[in-house]
Design a protein around this ligand. Sequence first.
Ligand SMILES: [Fe+2]
Length: 307
Amino acid sequence: MGVLRMGYIHIRVTDLDAAKKHYIDTLGFAPTLEVGRTVYLKGWDEWDHHSVVLEEGGVGVKKFGFKVESPDDIDIIENRARVFGVKTERMSRGDNPEVSEGLRITLPSTHVVEVYYEQTFVGNAVGSVNPESFPRHLAGIGAPRIDHALMVAEDVNANEKFFMDVMDFYQVERLVPDLDHTECSLATWLSVGNRGHDIAILGGPAGTDGKIHHFAFQLYGWSEVLRASDIMSMDDVQLDVGPTRHGITRGQTTYFFDPAGNRNEVFSDGYVAYRDRPTTLWTVDQLGKGIFYHKRQLNEEYTTVFT
Ligand SMILES: [Fe+2]
């Protein structure tokens, strides 16, 4: 069974033109398709047709897409999801432009996850034969790809169990009340490959099921995170926190908001994770240091603004 990665995140934005300016001109993603008031975007170092979908109307996440290796994986995940007890339905090729048939699953937290095995191959911006290191004329930050997302769930353990039992994710880091209650996840960081996390889940109060805290774009190194933050300031992007470092995942980060109020992150480095690693535990009394390693304090917005 092979889940490859989070292949796309489909979000809602209040004003598509403002969102395009943010994701295309500032972040440097390229549009590959526009249908009505929905636009499909990819990063320059991604091969498939799109990884970010912006749909006008509201705010927050509509669905996540996870790419698997083969059609057989769809059947395996469908069977496991039924055993787990979540709602599933088959999706047809073309339900999402340029995406194969697959499976649509509603998580315990009400988030919608789509699993598919194929998306139209577009190729990255430097090609696969004798490629240059990067395209010379990238817009804005020029983020190469999406990295991960942090979803909010009232029952973290249920979602965590879903990703581990049904989708073969493994646990990398976990926030627990204290060392006497290490099976109780207040938040969790899960990986399916060698990233420190592909999906993280944060516990939220009643009414936060189905929301996201943020989704992230990958960068390489501290200087790129600093340069990205400079460009955000040039473009009057609303900054949240950073540049700084996370204790959890060791990533280098800046948080900011798109014009609709969805929180984004540029994320660099962290460490390489392996399936046979132990889970790193953080006790909740050290959460400030875990999230913002230098300041060791959370700002109120960080823990209360979800979309
Ligand atoms: Fe993140």
